[in-house]
Design a protein around this ligand. Structure first.
Ligand code: FE
Length: 194
């Protein structure tokens, strides 16, 4: 069920709003995988933290799939995102609050998979079965022109790291910190943007 959101979201309320989504919707299954949505997103954040990524990149890893919940966001944000794929939807709902790097990592986490499939011979072999299935719907591996354009994006390394943590964050039963552990870090990311 979607929460009825009437008040516009602000820099002061966005983190609690996202926490509430994790709480209410986190147990949703992550289609075709052995982990729930919140387990998946928290594992991605944990991998970023273990890699000693900075706060902004950890925030991006945590929020990379938030676009699956864009229907939870107020209508004006949904208008921008709901008809798009979950990566574009996620970028649209986060853009008013989070630094560009977070928004870009979320927006590009699906193209990054297509890029890595085209450029890293070992990468495709490591994809989960569900991720292989969605690759086709997402357009398959990039062609040479797409690869050349993607390579020019700012912060390419961070875009690719978030993608690889996404792929690795599918381990049933792995212990992670809770959302509350990451909330202050998310707020710092919001405050850095504001
Ligand atoms: Fe994901």
């Amino acid at each position: 069920m979607s929460a009825a959101v009437t008040a516009p979201l602000t820099a002061a309320t966005i983190v609690a709003f996202i926490a509430d989504i994790f709480l209410r919707r986190g147990a949703d299954s992550y289609l075709g995988e052995d982990v729930t949505m919140s387990e998946h997103m928290l594992q991605a954040a944990q991998l970023a933290e273990l890699a000693e990524a900075n706060n902004t990149v950890i925030a991006a890893a945590l929020l990379h799939d938030i676009g699956h919940y864009c229907s939870e966001f107020p209508a004006d944000a949904q208008d921008q995102g709901i008809d798009n794929r979950h990566n574009e939807a996620g970028a649209a709902v986060l853009a008013p609050f989070f630094p560009t790097l977070v928004v870009d990592c979320v927006r590009h986490h699906v193209p990054a998979k297509r890029y890595l499939c085209a450029t890293d011979p070992g990468y495709f072999a490591r994809l989960s079965e569900a991720s292989v299935l969605t690759l086709k719907l997402q357009g398959g591996p990039m062609n040479a022109e797409e690869v050349a354009a993607f390579r020019k994006l700012p912060n390419l390394d961070d875009l690719l790291r978030v993608r690889i943590w996404d792929d690795e964050a599918k381990v049933a039963g792995r212990k992670t910190p809770s959302f509350a552990h990451y909330a202050p870090l998310l707020q710092r990311a919001v405050d850095a943007r504001a």
